[in-house]
Design a protein around this ligand. Sequence first.
Ligand SMILES: Cc1ncc(COP(=O)(O)O)c(C=O)c1O
Length: 388
Amino acid sequence: MLFTSKLPDVGTTIFTVMSRRALEEGALNIGQGFPDYPIDPRLAEYVAEAIDAGHNQYAPMEGVVELRTRIAAKLHGSYGVTFDPLAEITITCGGTEAIFAAIQAVVGAGDEAIVFDPSYDVYDPAVRLAGGRAIRIPLQPPHFRYDWDEIKRAITPRTRLLIINNPHNPTCTIASRADLDALAAMVREQPITILADEVYEHVVFDGRQHASVLAHEELRQRSFVVFSFGKTLHATGWRTGYCVAPASLTRELRKVHQFNTFSIVAPLQHAIARFVAACPESWLGLSAFFAAKRDLFSGLVRGSGFAPVPAAGTYFQLVDYAALSEKTDVEFADELIRDAKIATIPLSPFYAEPPRMSLLRVCLAKRDETLCTAAERLRQFSARRLER
Ligand SMILES: Cc1ncc(COP(=O)(O)O)c(C=O)c1O
């Protein structure tokens, strides 16, 4: 049959490639971003009870009201802002669906969307499926800072959307309030909507504060802000997230959501609503939980040829292998799978035009034993390499 692919250059993601290679080589996979420890048992209980209570039919398209009300209270606690759960909060199939729907809602044929590289892999294809073009601005290692003068030069009369991910995966950096002020000044008087991907909102280290777009009065009025219970509740397979946006933007987002997933798994929404009401400590403790894992892993690899890069947020950690090899990150990641039996994620596939880099991403959402085993294998690989 004759047909034309809409995404001819899109293949399997780097996550799938590395996970497949890990399986083939019997390697420990500390690359892909999912926990290897159990969820809070209360969550499992609440789901079973929600099913028993009969919450098994279509949930409302916008999301279960009880959950949206709990989210509004949670957002008020986090950012001191009051949102209307009925008009401004929508439950989605993970953060991914919220991102996809927001892009389809505001990007049209010929429009441009500014995306910062290294970028989460959904952004660019979603912009293209909407008929638009992603203008990819590389953040440069080692600091991956926003250069607002350069970004301003990328704005054209066709720019309709700017996507910012904060805290940032995979660089583990966070944007500051000054970054948000610069962004607000840049888009003022321009027909540009902001899509803020804040799925790691609760993982910021060393006493830093997450600078949410929701806490920025000017930006909030033109933004979709995306969150994920997959990240917050250590349950990536639950595929439950949400989007917060002013009523006018929310109406447009729901037009896409309604004909895509329509509504999200009902018993999970009821269970999460109960859990959010009962267990606020679960997300208030996330930064400390992951900071301990960051410190454990970094402490174990420090002094080997893998240098941990200071991480300000997210549940990832970058390691710099420059002392060990001059190979590209993709080649070196494959060598590690074969020779160290450790799978990581190289950074260059997250760029349209990758700068020269020697950085690999490790996921910290693993049991301490897993992190210790991984660090030990990396140390041994390093020792063998440095002996040569
Ligand atoms: C930066 C970023 N945005 C969005 C998502 C998607 O979140 P979810 O799993 O809730 O769809 C992820 C997941 O890894 C992510 O890292």
